[in-house]
Design a protein around this ligand. Structure first.
Ligand code: F6P
Length: 352
């Protein structure tokens, strides 16, 4: 297809590598096809409010290594209001946008898919530090988040050893334990607790006690923010301590607090002095790793090619090391949960 006007937006929680995708879309579109690119501000909110900026290749010089997103992001859902979807489509048409590259996770790409069914010509790029998007082996941003969490665990190991403490490190991962498991393996954690496998408080404490009886007087527990105990009073108590009741436009609860709850319970039940650290948004900020810069660039270039092939309603993805396209419908709506073999076979021999 001849040169086009490509819209690009970044939605949902930000993550390292977003700017690298923007750069790739702008530069590849311009150099390979003579495209011009319009960047919508703050995700779908910018489309609804018709707020955008022209993106020029000459202005993308510092984007590759820069964290966050220069376009801004939001968790705005056009389907939250009756007129939102039609307004989004009308605004894109008014702006002369031939195709939209939506960079986001399940929510942002879910909107792209639904608007696609109404006529939007969209291609998705899979983003999230949580790595929970189906259809792709990995999302960009995950690798950087794991690196950040691993460095934090390395630091927690030495202070835990010095003070003979249990330290609980809470990492992100609303529905899935990819960050906890990867960082737990890489950081040599003694316990890894994930949303996919509800934990028994009694067993966690028993394992820590056994470990300390063997002469190791410090332990590192890595827990995903969405991990919870098995049914019973512990579940009720943990739930009360971790959910504020606030939800976003996609209905997701704001989580946080399981690390603090766990540390207090471990100390109460084992008698070992315990502390907790919540890494929170530190995992989302900062410069992407080289791996994420390369992956984000591959995704951005591939998205431009998908647009020019007219392959709309797809998401670029990594499978077997190759960039492929998968239907958006296959990618959204069902999170990619942890490969339990990682926990049960790779992490397990080193736990406890
Ligand atoms: O983008 C995914 C994520 O980082 C989750 O791991 C986390 O639960 C959530 O975003 C936090 O969102 P917010 O920045 O809106 O608090």
């Amino acid at each position: 297809m001849a040169c086009m006007r490509i819209g690009v937006l970044t939605g949902g929680g930000d993550c390292p590598g977003l700017n690298a995708v923007i750069r790739a879309v702008v530069v590849a579109g311009h150099r390979l096809h003579g495209d011009d690119t319009l960047g919508y501000l703050d995700g779908w909110r910018g489309v609804l409010e018709r707020r955008s900026v022209p993106l020029r290749p000459a202005r993308t010089g510092d984007l590759l290594a820069r964290g966050g997103t220069v376009l801004g992001s939001s968790r705005t859902n056009p389907f939250a209001t009756d007129d939102g979807p039609a307004r989004a489509l009308a605004n894109l048409a008014e702006d002369g946008v031939d195709a939209l590259v939506a960079v986001g996770g399940d929510d942002t790409l879910g909107v792209a898919q639904r608007l696609g069914a109404m006529g939007l010509r969209a291609v998705g790029v899979p983003k999230t530090i949580d790595n929970d998007l189906s259809g792709t082996e990995v999302t960009f941003g995950f690798h950087t988040a794991v690196q950040t969490a691993t460095e934090a665990i390395d630091r927690l190991q030495t202070t835990a050893e010095s003070h003979h403490r249990v330290i609980v490190c809470e990492v992100m991962g609303r529905h899935v334990g990819w960050i906890a498991t990867y960082a737990g393996i890489a950081g040599g954690a003694d316990e890894v607790l994930v949303p996919e496998v509800p934990f028994e408080m009694a067993s966690v404490c028993e394992r820590i006690t056994r470990r300390h009886e063997r002469g190791r007087y410090s332990s590192i527990v890595v827990v995903s923010e969405g991990a919870l105990p098995t049914e019973g009073p512990d579940l009720e108590a943990a739930r009360a301590a971790t959910t504020s009741g606030a939800v976003d436009q996609f209905g997701h609860a704001q989580l946080g607090g399981i690390g603090a709850w766990l540390a207090a319970e471990i100390e109460r039940r084992t008698g070992y002095e315990s502390r907790h650290t919540t890494l929170g948004h530190i995992q989302r900020g900062g410069s992407p790793t080289a791996y994420d810069r390369v992956l984000a660039t591959r995704f951005g270039v591939a998205a431009v090619e998908a647009v020019h092939d007219g392959d709309f309603g797809t998401m670029v993805a990594l499978q077997g090391g190759q960039i492929v396209r998968v239907p958006l419908a296959d990618a959204v709506g069902h999170p990619k949960t942890l490969d339990l073999a990682l926990l049960e076979e790779v992490a397990a021999p080193f736990l406890g």
